[in-house]
Design a binder for this molecule. Structure first.
Ligand code: ADP
Ligand code: MG
Length: 289
């Protein structure tokens, strides 16, 4: 192997919009046969918006205001959508806590409020009744992401947020498949939201409802099947999986933590560039032989 060819390949990558950590990364890139894609912010834009609000046993304004107050302390894409869904003044929050991959809690207007997944509400002693469960199921059916809001022992509303698939994601998946890579969609979101996005971009294999700490385990599971795995992600919650993958690919539009854990960075966040990188590695290493 000539170091010169590798250096040239690395330089060419930079021109094509992919930052390569070091020349040896091209060898890892060439060997990859499976590409795990994070959903939110990677395959989708990550710019969520509030599409529906259902209040049960509560005033809709209270549901919106309390949820927005809590979420304005979180950086999650869902949080931004919920916070922006209440244009009025936001009450102060006392004792805010972020529950990674689940939601947020804190005291608003003298009441402890829980916002997030059903699993979080249950853990916090907030009962999810039949009406809320039905609204939750309806939201899932549309492919949206339901965010439950509860206080004083009961879930009282469902805020539905939705995201859009990046314009280039479908083509990117087709290009990766064309290079012989199998795509897998990985997300902390629920199964139906994952399936909706997967169908839109042409992915068959989906792993949903994964806690941030378990994303790494999913990568390891695929590696245990004998696969050489690339992981593509943007979030803090993807960092461990990016580091564990045979090839970690971060988006330049994502968090610094994800980029630091990765071997490649797609500068513009366009997933088609991942296919470009694979092609480049194959061409560069073919030259060497
Ligand atoms: P992803 O894997 O799609 O990037 P996360 O692991 O960050 O998603 O979150 C998984 C799920 O946890 C979300 O789909 C949502 O249901 C819930 N969740 C996480 N953070 C929040 C939050 N701040 N507010 C409400 N729900 C949240
Ligand atoms: Mg993400």
């Amino acid at each position: 192997a000539t170091p010169t060819a590798l250096m040239v390949g690395t330089g060419r990558g930079a021109q094509l919009g992919v930052l390569i950590r070091g020349p040896e990364v091209l060898e890892q890139t060439r060997r990859v046969d499976t590409v795990v894609l994070d959903k939110t912010g990677t395959v989708t834009t990550g710019r969520m918006s509030l599409v529906d609000v259902v209040a049960i046993d509560a005033d809709e304004q209270d549901v919106r205001r309390r949820a927005a107050a809590l979420e304005s302390a979180s950086e999650h894409p869902i949080a931004r959508a919920v916070a922006e869904g209440w244009p009025g003044e936001r009450p102060e929050v006392v004792g805010f806590a972020n529950h990674e991959g689940l939601g947020v809690t804190g005291e608003v207007e003298g009441t402890r409020v829980v916002v997030g997944k059903a699993a979080l509400l249950e853990r916090e002693g907030v009962n999810v009744g039949d009406e809320v469960a039905a609204a939750l199921a309806a939201a899932r059916g549309t492919g949206g992401t339901p965010v439950l809001v509860g206080w004083d022992g009961h879930a009282r509303g469902v805020l539905v947020v939705a995201d859009t698939v990046k314009e280039t994601s479908g083509e990117a998946v087709a290009l990766l498949r064309g290079l012989g890579l199998e795509p897998v969609l990985l997300t902390g979101d629920h199964e139906q939201a994952a399936r909706t996005v997967a169908a839109e971009v042409g992915i068959d294999r989906v792993v949903a409802d994964v806690l941030p700490a378990d994303k790494l385990a999913e990568v390891r599971r695929l590696q245990a099947e004998g696969r050489v795995v690339a992981m593509v992600g943007d979030g803090v919650n993807d960092a461990a999986a990016l580091a564990a993958a045979d090839l970690g690919i971060a988006l330049g539009t994502g968090t610094d933590v994800a980029m630091e854990a990765s071997d490649l960075t797609l500068v513009s966040g366009d997933l088609r560039v991942a296919a470009t990188a694979v092609r480049l590695s194959r061409r560069t290493l073919a030259t060497i032989r």
